[in-house]
Design a binder for this molecule. Sequence first.
Ligand SMILES: [Zn+2]
Length: 157
Amino acid sequence: MKLKDPTLNDPKQEVAELFVGLCLQKLVEMEKVERQQVNGKWYVEFNAAKLQRKGFGGAASLDCNNRPVIYLLPQLNVDGLMFVIAHEAVHLAQICRGDFVPLFGFSIWKAQEYVLLSVDDPKYTEAQPWEAEADDLSPVLLEHLKLKCVLDPEDAT
Ligand SMILES: [Zn+2]
C-alpha cells in the first residue's frame, strides 16, 4: 500500500496549482502556448533548497526527469504567490512550448545559448529574451489572478 502524499491536502499547494493553472489558461487564450503543450505537463513544488542559490521567490525549471516544474519558496504568502507565479508561469509556458531550456549557468532560447546574467545586472531583462517576455506578460497574468481570486485584503495574512 502506498502512503498518502502529504502535500495533496496542503491548501497552499492547492492555491499555487490553481494560480499556475489560471495563468497558463490565460496564456493559452492569448495564444502564447497551446493547450496540449501545458495540460498535465507541469507540477508545483515548495522547495527552498532549490531556490537558495538564486535568492528568488520562485523558479521555473526542468526536473531530473525533464518534467517542467515551478519551485516556490515555502514562506510566500498569497500575495507573494500571485506575484511570483505570474512571472514564473510565463517561463513555464516557454519551457512547455520548447522555446526555453534552463540549464546550469546558461540557458537555451530558440536554439541559441545564453550565459545567465545575475539578477542585479542592468541588462537582465533586455539581454535575456525569456525575461523580456515574462516582464511583458506577468502584469497581465497578475491582473487576471487578482480578478479571478477576489481576495479580501484583510484576509491576506
Ligand atoms: Zn524570470
